[in-house]
Ligand binder design. Structure first.
Ligand code: HEM
Length: 419
């Protein structure tokens, strides 16, 4: 697959604007690097991989590449979360913890979770749209993220807490910068303070051990208290801003390609199945109960063009080559997932994804996103609530500037006038 990037079509132009607003220098630099080849060594950055098949090779090769060496995610997260939080583990310890967590985000559990925590904010969304109000979907996504956070940390799911819960979790992710491999001492102290406060209720819920709370379920799955607190912290860091970024962008892409015409209207030919690490949303019923062909394909394609987790990092453990480029222990490998995915052209849900690309935006190999079923359930729940309101349109938007994960700062949505 060539890494030469196709010129953007109109909906993709907005996506490019989001990328350049978030990372004015890094995005252009990465694109220039990708134009030089699929694997390029960039001084002070690392070995940049922008080809999907090669990215998959690196992610699946735990002999030569690790998440625990210099320049890897461990440098970033171990000082904040401790040494055993999946994202900074490798080998048998990681496998054992993943195995114990495999029963956590089951389809039944994530469906019940979404129904429980998102019911009120999403009913509100549909009601306000139906009433003709202009609704900022970024704010809605933040409120939904806050509701999910309350559930994850075992706090009572009360609407008054949602905005603060989201603001606290996002304060930590805002400290991360694309090219800085670790946080400063002050940032580490602040991140620990914020996460300590957020996860304090997780400890109480863990000790109570009720199957009604997520920390209680972690207890039931055999995690120690330290592991459970770490897992909760990891869920907050990985599962909050990714969704707050993605959901408005998905709706904007649907609008820009004429797919926001209400229940039963979000369609394209074909539907994508299969997953790298578990089933997706599968067949989907529209808000009116009718089958909506291709909704999964629209969501998957929106994930492909947005890639809410745009970069994955690895450290080289044992000398090898990547796409013919030699790498040595200590080298940092920057997997530019966004560029791997963008190389396949503009937003086109009817085009099937080739095997090497399949769900790369959720990773590949042993670290494949644990929370994908929860992410997909939340995404579909919000989209469902938007469609249930009737035909809507984006009436205003603004790109977020200098953020880690590109996205909208505001995306206004309103019911379309039918006259
Ligand atoms: C659209 C939303 C999301 C995207 C695009 C996404 C993407 C990713 C990616 C790319 C990885 C692999 C990183 C790597 O290999 O370096 C990952 C790992 C992970 N994700 Fe997600 N994620 C999303 C939502 C969530 C949610 C909602 C949760 C949980 C609440 C979650 C929990 C995790 C965890 C725990 C890991 C680490 C797994 C491990 O290292 O074994 N993610 N995610």
């Amino acid at each position: 697959m060539t890494t030469a990037l196709a010129p953007p079509t109109a909906p993709d132009r907005w996506e490019q604007r989001l990328q350049t607003a978030a990372h004015p220098v890094a995005y252009r630099l990465l694109r220039a690097v990708a134009a030089r080849g699929p694997v390029v060594r960039v001084p002070r950055v690392g070995v940049v991989v922008s080809d999907a098949a090669l990215a998959r090779e690196v992610l699946g090769d735990t002999v030569h590449f690790t998440k625990t060496g210099p320049g890897s995610p461990a440098d970033l997260w171990t000082p904040v979360l401790g040494p055993s939080v999946l994202l900074n583990m490798e080998g048998s310890d990681h496998t054992a913890l993943r195995r114990r967590l495999s029963g956590l985000f089951t389809p039944g559990y994530v469906a019940a979770l979404c129904a429980r925590v998102l019911a009120q904010p999403l009913a509100d969304l549909t009601r306000r749209l139906r009433a003709g109000e202009e609704v900022d979907l970024v704010r809605v996504a933040q409120i939904c993220a806050g509701a999910a956070i309350c559930e994850i940390v075992g706090m009572p799911v009360e609407p008054g807490r949602f905005a603060t819960a989201h603001a606290e979790a996002s304060e930590v992710t805002r400290m991360v910068r694309l090219w800085r491999p670790s946080m400063t001492g002050r940032q580490v102290s602040r991140a620990r303070e914020v996460l300590g406060k957020l996860t304090a209720s997780a400890v109480t819920a863990y000790r109570e051990g009720s199957e009604e709370t997520l920390p209680g379920r972690l207890h039931g799955l055999g995690l120690s208290e330290v592991e459970a607190r770490g897992a909760v912290g990891a869920f907050l860091l990985t599962g909050t801003e990714t969704l707050v970024s993605f959901i408005p962008r998905l709706v904007a892409l649907c609008h820009d390609t004429g797919r926001l015409a209400g229940p039963g209207m979000l369609s394209c030919s074909g539907s994508r199945g299969g997953a790298d690490g578990g089933g997706g949303a599968g067949g989907y019923d529209g808000a009116d109960g009718s089958a909506v062909a291709g909704l999964d394909a629209v969501v998957e394609e929106a994930l492909r063009v947005t890639v809410p987790s745009p970069v994955m990092l690895r450290s080289v453990a044992v000398a090898t080559t990547v796409g013919g480029v030699p790498v040595a222990p200590g080298d940092r490998v920057v997997i530019a997932t966004l560029l791997c995915a963008q190389a396949y052209g503009p937003f086109a849900p009817e085009r099937p994804h080739p095997p090497e690309l399949r769900r790369l935006w959720f990773g590949a190999g042993p670290h494949f996103c644990l929370g994908m079923p929860l992410a997909m359930a939340q995404i579909h729940a919000v989209l469902d609530a938007v469609l249930a309101a009737g035909p809507t349109a984006v009436t205003g938007r603004r790109a977020a500037r200098r953020v880690l994960i590109p996205g909208y700062a505001r995306l206004d949505l309103k019911l379309r006038s039918t006259t």
